[in-house]
Structures are given as C-alpha cells and as structure tokens.
Design a binder for this molecule. Structure first.
Ligand SMILES: [Zn+2]
Ligand SMILES: [Zn+2]
Length: 246
C-alpha cells in the first residue's frame, strides 16, 4: 500500500514528460527531442568523452600512452574517473537546476550523457556521494542520488543511496586549496553495511568533480570496507585549475 503514492507520482511525472515539449537542458528553448541541446548550447558544451588517461581521465601528454605519468607513479585510490562534460557556465547551470529546478528531467539528461562512460567490471553497485542529513532535510533530496537512480535504470546496475553516510557536516569546499579540501572531508564518511560493498566495484556518482577530495575520502572508507575497486562518474569536471576558486 505504501508504494501506491510513489507509483502515482511516477506515472504523473511520465505523463507530464510526455505531454510537455522537450526543452534544451542548457537554455530551456523547445527542441526536437529530449536530452538534446539546442544549436547554440551544443556549440558551447565541451563533451569530455572517454579520451585522456585511462585512470584519472585527464588529458595525456604527447609522450604518454594510455595512463598519465602521475597515475603510473602512484596508482590512484579511484581506479577510473570520468565526467560527461567540462565545467563551465552551461554545465554549472544544469547542476544548479538539478538542485533547485526541474530535477527529474535534468537528472535524466545528465544520466543520458554519463551512462556511456560507465563500464562496470565484475559485480558493481552505484553509490551517490551522500549529503549530511541536515542538508538532506533542508533540500529534501540528494541530487546525486537522483542521477544514480537514473543511471541504474539505464545500466541495469543496482544503486544504493543509503550505504554511504556523511557523518559530519563539512563547510563548502569552494575557495579552498586541495590540501585544505582533503583535510576538511577526511573521516566525514562511514559505510552503513560493509558486506554490501565487500568484493564489489563501487561506482561513485556525483554532479561536479573539482579536485576529487570528497570522492577520495569516500573511496578510502569504501576500500577499507573491502570494495574491490572504486570508480567515479560525474556530470561535469573542472578542467581549468582557475575555476577551483570560484
Ligand atoms: Zn540551449
Ligand atoms: Zn592519470
């Protein structure tokens, strides 16, 4: 019985999605099909695709083969990082509207471009980067959990937003140096059920990747809980270091 309202809400949402004309996820003008950017926005979006370092995804130097020198020197805790697009005003706008605007439609658009970048190895599970419960209460939902559930639907990989918890409220990392960021998020996460991640490939899902310090902190507790491999997929990624301070 408890599921009925959810089903009705789902049905209403699908009916509405069907009835409303599709809009450009970048600027909102009416477009021919869902998830498609209008011509102006399309020119602006920088899709990152699957090029770059096999592990961290950053652009490779001409001399490097498939893995960058940094990842070869010290294998990163997150075995594979991928982002659909570069972080700029347009992709940032989508991330903001995912938090405050047409949530489900935006989450679907993001998942549409993120899903092809996920190649789960072995038994995999999608885990959104969690919010602290006080932030969850004020916002009412975790935007990354919405994207994870859309990815789950597309990839047929289970998603669980409850396995990883944020036990400490951390201040916004904006404007902090990479070292400050690492210190701020260290020890802020906990696994609710270690058996549920042990031996699995965990695919962390987040909206924006900046320095990766939050995802690193998540990966460290996941590895300690016995996860075989941790990957990260995000909507946007900061590729210009100057944007970190914004
Ligand atoms: Zn547009
Ligand atoms: Zn690398």
């Amino acid at each position: 019985m408890g599921r009925v309202p959810v089903l009705v809400a789902d049905w209403l949402r699908s009916a509405l999605d069907f009835a409303l004309p599709p809009r450009c996820p970048g600027c909102g003008v009416i477009v021919a099909d869902v998830h498609i950017f209008c011509a102006d926005c399309w020119k602006q979006v920088e899709f990152l695709g699957d090029s770059g370092c096999h592990s961290c995804g950053l652009p490779l130097e001409a001399t490097e083969q498939t893995t960058c020198g940094r990842c070869l020197g010290k294998p990163p805790r997150i075995a594979r990082m991928r982002a659909a697009v570069a972080y700029d005003d347009l992709s940032r706008g989508l991330a903001i509207r995912l938090k405050y605007g047409r949530k489900v439609a935006i989450a679907r658009t993001m998942a549409h471009y993120m899903a092809p970048l996920v190649r789960p190895e072995g038994e995999a599970i999608l885990i959104p980067v969690p919010l602290h419960r006080t932030r969850l209460w004020t916002r009412g939902f975790n935007q990354s959990a919405l994207v994870a559930s859309e990815l789950s639907r597309r990839l047929k990989v289970p998603a669980n937003p409850l396995l990883l918890r944020r036990t400490r409220r951390t201040p916004p990392l904006k404007g902090m140096s990479p070292v400050q960021r690492r210190k701020t998020v260290a020890g802020a996460f906990r696994i609710a059920d270690k058996a549920a991640v042990a031996g699995k490939t965990v695919i962390l899902v987040d909206d924006v990747l900046t320095t990766g310090s939050t995802a690193e902190a998540c990966a460290s507790v996941l590895k300690r809980a016995g996860a075989a491999r941790v990957e990260l997929v995000t909507w946007a990624r900061v590729v210009k270091p100057s944007q970190l301070m914004r």
